[in-house]
Design a protein around this ligand. Structure first.
Ligand code: NAP
Length: 484
């Protein structure tokens, strides 16, 4: 399919109450690999956004009463359509956010799996019945949908972050309003079209696209009809939204930023560690909350590891994500390039050495080349901030204790990676790391069947896995008298 043809398949309106509705204003969607406008989509104002919550609230009672098997089958059909239409959807994703086509195909597969997983979970929502410890009365425990949910997603995984929230909401019997990032609205709009074709009833999922995210969404978050806020994005915005959610004591799930340490011990399989670092660093051109941000290597291995990583990173082709063989696509916008450039300049100014790269690319679009820095000091800004770009920052350590202390020296706690062949060390270090997830000799661990989430300032709650659906369910206890 041609680029223009793929873009033309995406509806451009607000999706509210099962209808595609134009907004008074539109906003452009840009291709970050060229800086050119791909198309225009609806740009909702606060009043238009509120109609989406009206639709979600109106649809909630009937949706909560829909048999779990029906909810499950809708998700199963949507999973099938996502898989069948992978090529079209991957092209749309690459055009709106820049990642290479092969990675976009991978994200569509990952996104579809959330629907399959939650289709399986929809029919397994459990409850309980037990005798009170003192005898006499009985406890009946059941689970009910939380209610209308506000789902806010980032630009870096525009399809998977959507299905990771919409999947459990549908499975649990919650209606929702989803707001994708203004940078990447097309994947979510294409997903809504798929859900319609999968048979989703009107009003169950509503989509608001807007360039004024705070103005448009604040009234919805403060509205007492909204009972759940599920957010994926940066920690500062997450903190702001938590304050808003506190006004109505709304349930929240927060998938926020990271600053992942990637630990390589002297007993590691070096080939596997370099492969893992390539994956953990370069997935999504480094623009992932799970990206290896600080690569900490045992000093005896540090030089060889840096040489090998620099060689591999130096071989990566840079270009538009639609071109064959490209691995280093564009960053999302000029601001992202400027931020990476500032971080690298600061690190080099403090004594880091650039093995490869180190300067923005001189070409149209928002490109920064693969870069490897060694001898990165702990006080460099790059060690404290999410890089969100293709820059590997390597620091050497001398002892296991030092490595763990360095790894935990951050307010974030999403994921850590550990490479070692010593089982005892692997378990000891995994336990000591302050993170919601650990990749043990593995550079990518995201899986819809596993609980994804962070501790500390990386977030609250878990998405996917056996507990993912709990985020959209309330527990109700009925105490039963057995007298009379
Ligand atoms: P962001 O700036 O926090 O934006 C995330 C979403 O929030 C976007 O849809 C954004 O819309 C919206 N938003 C911003 N301000 C808002 C407000 N006041 N009210 C309501 N919505 C608001 O983050 P980003 O730059 O898109 O994404 C990158 C961040 O996400 C990184 O920190 C990354 O680590 C994190 N992330 C975390 C996970 C995880 O699972 N832990 C996964 C992926 C990404 P607009 O962009 O249109 O303003």
């Amino acid at each position: 399919m041609q680029e223009k043809e793929a873009i033309a398949t995406v509806p451009s309106g607000l999706f509210i109450g099962g209808r595609w509705t134009p907004a008074a204003r539109t906003m452009p969607v840009e291709d970050p690999s060229t800086g050119e406008v791909l198309c225009e989509v609806a740009d909702a104002d606060p009043a238009e956004a509120m109609t989406a919550l009206d639709a979600a609230a109106a649809a909630q009672p009937a949706w909560a009463a829909t048999p779990p098997r029906e909810r499950s089958e809708i998700l199963t059909r949507a999973h099938g359509l996502l898989v069948e239409e992978t090529e079209r959807l991957a092209l749309i994703m690459t055009l709106e956010m820049g990642k290479p086509l092969a990675e976009s195909r991978g994200e569509i597969a990952y996104a579809a799996e959330f629907f399959r997983w939650f289709a399986e979970e929809a029919v397994r929502i459990d409850g309980g019945y037990m005798t009170a410890p003192a005898g006499g009365s009985r406890f009946l425990v059941s689970r009910q949908p939380v209610g209308p949910s506000i789902l806010i997603t980032p630009w870096n995984f525009p399809m998977a972050m959507g299905t990771r929230k919409i999947g459990p909401a549908i499975a649990a019997g919650c209606t929702s309003v989803i707001k994708p990032a203004a940078q990447t609205p097309l994947s979510t709009l294409a997903l809504a079209d798929i859900l319609v074709r999968a048979g989703l009833p009107d009003g169950v999922v509503n989509v608001v696209t807007t360039s004024r995210s705070g103005d448009a969404m604040t009234p919805l978050i403060l509205d007492p009809r909204s009972r759940k806020l599920s957010f994926t994005g940066s920690t500062p915005v997450g903190k702001h939204l938590l304050e808003q959610a506190a006004q109505t004591v709304m349930r929240t799930s927060m998938e926020l930023g990271g600053n992942a340490p990637f630990l390589v011990f002297d007993d590691a399989d070096l080939d596997a560690a370099v492969d893992g670092a390539m994956q953990a660093k370069m997935r999504n051109i480094g623009q992932a909350c799970t990206a290896a941000n600080r690569i900490l290597v045992h000093r005896p291995l540090a030089e060889e590891f840096a040489d090998r990583l620099a060689r591999r990173m130096g071989e990566l082709a840079m270009g538009r994500g639609v071109e064959d063989g490209v691995v280093v696509g564009p960053l999302v916008n000029q601001g992202a390039v400027d931020k990476v450039d500032e971080l690298v300049t600061d690190a080099v100014g403090r004594g880091a050495r650039a093995r490869i790269g180190g300067d923005p690319a001189d070409r149209p679009g928002y490109f920064y080349p693969a870069t490897v820095l060694t001898d990165v000091p702990a006080d460099a800004e790059i060690s404290r901030t999410e890089i969100f770009g293709p820059v590997a920052a390597i620091t050497a350590f001398d002892t296991e204790d030092e490595a763990v202390t360095m790894a935990n020296d951050t307010p974030f706690g999403l994921i850590s990676y550990v490479y070692t062949r010593d089982l005892t060390r692997a378990l000891r270090v995994s336990e000591a790391l302050e993170a919601g997830m650990v990749g043990l000799n593995q550079g990518v661990i995201s899986n819809p069947a596993a609980p994804f989430g962070g501790i500390k300032e990386s977030g609250l709650g878990r998405e996917g896995g056996l507990t993912g659906i709990d985020e959209f369910l309330e527990t109700k206890y009925v105490g039963i008298s057995m007298k009379g």
